[in-house]
Ligand binder design. Structure first.
Ligand code: NI
Length: 394
């Protein structure tokens, strides 16, 4: 137990109990009612300047700083679970069958409350807003929180995600891309139905779909600079009802990922172009709809330097590790970074010698000490950021 010294005994036990309770009672996006109430009650004990429920199942608390006039910074933890049947065998395994904290948001919610406790004990220069955000998994929570206006006067925002690729005690705090944009597309193909034995009388949307799926693979292989990262994945295909009928319609759905806006635009344009021309070659009508999801996370330099200082203060310089491999998953924290500066961290959760179990898998679990690391690092990041901002804007 090397990270126990970051927090006192009482706070450690409280956070472990909170995390296990959240893990036992996971709730899906926008249904986090019990979770939000539990987190509200925990934060209420700290006698915050203000606490309220926002965006349905979100909670925002304002922890008092030394100077009420100093710039305000925010810490964000997401709180929702996933539709997965848990298979960890943990003693505090999910009591809600088919719903599981398989992305570690139970740890995120808990370490954010932990950071609030630490900031109540040793305040930052200015007030710190604690944001417990619903619905990250469906990419809607951050925008819903922003819409309430609670962050309008916030000078910087920080958050973190568990990551089993790194050992507990290791933290990634680096400049540049940390998560990808996540857009979805739908392709509706309208052909001409016919008997399966008379294909010449059809405009076959099944064969057209096959051509489109193959052609879409050439976007990343042949249109994108090999030095840039991008993903085009078709994840769903529906069409047809019988072996001997050529159907009228086929529907495809997929996802597009990129870590910069130029690539994001290129991939979207290429999907539309290839679908249009491939469908035309098959005499099939095509409609492409692209739903813009969350943008990429690209950490800006100054907030990163505050987070790195905080990690060094709490754990030593050696705790800061490189991201290593670009992460093509999405994270709706990116929506906050469109509006204000900030930094998103990745916090190691693997026990020494433990295997890497990917998030969103039924076996996913975190080394519990990551909660102490997350709480201490986020609280200290808020302090460093707040103090620097207060000096910059006296
Ligand atoms: Ni997550």
């Amino acid at each position: 137990m090397i990270f126990t010294s970051l927090l006192n005994n009482e706070l450690r036990s409280r956070l472990i109990a909170l995390r296990r309770d959240l893990h036992r009672h996971p709730e899906l996006s926008l249904q986090e009612n019990r979770t939000a109430q539990k987190l509200y009650d925990e934060l209420q004990r700290l006698k915050p300047v203000e606490i309220r429920r926002v965006a349905g199942t979100g909670v925002v608390a304002r922890i008092r700083g030394k100077d009420p006039g100093a710039p305000v910074v925010a810490l964000r933890g997401d709180i929702d679970a996933l539709p997965i049947l848990e298979a960890t065998g943990l003693e505090f395994t999910s009591k809600n069958p088919g719903v599981m904290h398989a992305c570690g948001h139970d740890a995120h919610a808990t370490w954010t409350v932990g950071a609030a406790c630490l900031l109540a004990e040793r305040p930052a220069a200015g007030d710190v807003l604690i944001i417990l955000q619903p619905a990250e998994e469906i990419g809607k929570g951050a925008r819903a929180i922003l819409k309430t206006g609670v962050l309008d006067s916030v000078a910087a925002i920080f958050g973190a995600h568990v990551d089993s690729r790194y050992l507990v005690g290791e933290v990634v705090a680096q400049e540049g891309p940390l998560a990808a944009s996540s857009d979805t597309f739908e392709i509706a193909l309208l052909g001409q139905g016919a008997h399966g034995a008379r294909p010449h009388e059809s405009a076959d949307p099944i064969v057209c779909a096959a051509g489109i799926i193959s052609a879409l693979q050439t976007i990343v292989a042949r249109r994108l600079n090999p030095a840039d990262a991008g993903v085009v994945t078709v994840g769903s295909i529906h069409g047809g009802s019988a072996p001997n009928i050529i159907p009228e319609t086929v529907e495809l759905k997929g996802t597009i990922r990129a870590v910069d806006t130029g690539t994001r635009r290129l991939l979207q344009e290429e999907v539309k172009r290839i679908v249009k021309h491939t469908a035309s070659a098959h005499k099939v009508k095509a409609k492409v709809t692209i739903h813009s999801g969350t943008p990429p996370i690209v950490n800006p330099p100054q907030p990163v330097s505050w987070a790195r200082d905080a990690v060094a203060n709490m754990l030593g310089e050696e705790a800061i590790v490189p991201l290593g491999m670009l992460n093509m998953a999405g994270e709706d924290f990116a929506c906050y970074l469109e509006k204000m500066p900030g930094c998103f961290l990745r916090i190691g959760v693997r026990e020494p010698g433990g295997e890497v179990i990917p998030a969103h898998s039924p076996q996913f679990c975190v080394a519990e000490e990551c909660i102490f690391v997350g709480a201490a690092v986020l609280a200290e990041t808020a302090r460093v950021a707040s103090e620097t901002l207060a000096k910059q804007n006296p």
